[in-house]
Write a protein that binds this ligand. Structure first.
Ligand code: C2O
Ligand code: CU
Length: 462
């Protein structure tokens, strides 16, 4: 037994608080922690028990991280879960070693181990962080949070700035997370869909807002697989950014499709009457549900503010000439009603039965597991044109790590910058982007069961 003098004891305690008992006390004491741990949250209505979750700081969502554009984010991730884990900073154009992809950019962090994430954020906007190991289970248990980067200048006028993290949970009758994570039916169909929708971990999220007040709403779809289809009632305004990237021209808000991992920044004015309510409505199979409610109290001003200016653009490199770009195809196959007969797994041609037995039901370019070799190799600064051919009966939310891309329309016109694109069944979507930072970058479906079931590849920037 080691005896500590008082000074050592105090230092030890401080170190323990900041780094939860890990070595490297002086450094760790300066770096805030991000602890993945179990918790209990009232997801279901009052009267139901709390739900046991896995969350950052034991909460759902995890603590919001908010910094100024250009700043650094440093967090000592500590894993207090019974499973290995890692943290991915979705949509941030960061140093590859900080991307948090277990098995590609780092080893998964074992239970009771830690990892120091430390990176600069070049872009302002709405991003998020989430687990990137067994994410189909870990995110369904609640391991996600918002990462907001404030504009260095030119932030829009708003009376409120709300982050709304949308999720759907599969809860059993006791309001606990159903632990049927590997269910092959989910993997081969739409992914794990839930039966209980929350906003910021609340099944009935609400706030107060004055009539004619202006709200900035930052929507983040944190669900494993659900595509949200949203409309506003008593709120009128614009979509000003998608996936963290400002639109060159704000678009009037109508029906908004939000696939898994996608974000949308809205600027809306409360037009409902004083004493009334304004809503965000999610359209499900059986009708529309208010998932966020603003109780209108008082008036902020006599009339609506003028239309907002576009948000200032982020410093994303411009595309080079598209006809000189490196062209690559990605054939997406498999799933229920897909007719996939076999694919490569473990370096061998494998029939569908054996694939399914191993949980592989999808394939990218004929490969059902993460390929040894990258889909493509590009030099930094090179422009890449990637055609994603969805030869399946399902839509897929395709996400490229570390980059934002533009969809190229049939007439060659580039669309807005995104990091996640919903590719409809049977559709071919061509995207173009500039190979940014050197490193190995994942490209996968963000319907997490699809990713684990074979829809995952990577590219290398040298
Ligand atoms: Cu949101 Cu591969 O991640
Ligand atoms: Cu998919």
């Amino acid at each position: 037994m080691v005896r500590l003098n008082r000074r050592q004891f105090t230092r030890g305690l401080l170190g323990a608080a900041a780094s939860a008992g890990l070595p490297g006390i002086s450094r760790a004491a300066e770096t805030p922690g991000l602890v993945a741990q179990t918790g209990a949250v009232q997801l279901a209505p009052a009267g139901f028990p709390k739900t046991e979750i896995w969350g950052y700081a034991g909460a759902v969502p995890g603590p919001p991280i908010r910094v100024d554009q250009g700043a650094r984010i440093a967090r000592r991730f500590l894993n207090r879960l019974p499973q290995a884990s890692s943290v991915h900073w979705h949509g941030v154009r960061l140093d590859n070693a900080m991307d948090g992809v277990a098995g590609l950019t780092q080893e998964a962090v074992a239970p009771d181990d830690a990892f120091l994430y430390d990176f600069a954020v070049p872009d302002a906007g709405t991003f998020w962080y989430h687990s990137h190991n067994r994410s189909w289970e870990q995110m369904a248990r609640g391991l996600y949070g918002a990462l907001i980067v404030d504009e260095a200048e030119g932030a829009p006028v708003a009376d409120r700035d709300d982050v709304l993290l949308l999720d759907d949970w599969r809860l059993d009758n006791a309001a606990q997370i159903a632990d049927d994570f590997g269910a092959l039916h989910d993997w081969a169909h739409a992914g794990r869909l839930g039966n209980w929708i929350t906003v910021n971990g609340d099944g009935a999220w609400s706030a107060e807002a004055a009539r004619f007040s202006r709200l900035r709403l930052r929507l983040i779809n944190a669900a494993n697989a659900r595509n949200f289809s949203l409309e506003a009632r008593g709120l009128e305004g614009w979509v000003v950014a998608l996936d963290g990237m400002p639109l060159a021209t704000p678009q009037p808000l109508g029906r908004l499709a939000l696939a898994p991992a996608q974000r949308a920044d809205l600027i809306v004015d409360v037009t409902a009457n004083d004493g009334g309510e304004a809503f965000l409505v999610s359209f499900e199979r059986d009708g529309g549900y208010a998932i966020a409610t603003f109780a209108v109290a008082g008036s902020a001003r006599a009339t609506r503010l003028p239309a907002p200016l576009p948000l200032p653009a982020n410093p994303v490199p411009e595309l080079g000439p598209l006809d000189a770009a490196l062209r690559v195809d990605l054939l997406m196959e498999g799933g229920a009603m897909g007719g996939l007969r076999g694919a490569m797994m473990d370096g061998r041609m494998t029939d569908m039965r054996a694939l399914a037995a191993a949980g592989k039901v999808w394939a990218f370019n004929g490969m059902a597991d993460m390929p040894e070799r990258p889909l493509l190799e590009a030099g930094r600064g090179e422009t890449i044109r990637l055609a994603m051919i969805n030869d399946t009966a399902w839509p897929h939310a395709m996400h490229l790590h570390g980059h934002h891309f533009r969809r190229i329309a049939a007439d060659g016109a580039p669309g807005p910058l995104r990091d996640t694109l919903l590719v409809a069944r049977g559709e071919t979507a061509e995207i173009a982007f500039v190979a940014g930072n050197p490193g190995d970058w994942l490209l996968h479906c963000h319907m997490l069961e699809h990713a684990a079931g074979g829809m995952m590849t990577w590219l290398r920037v040298t």
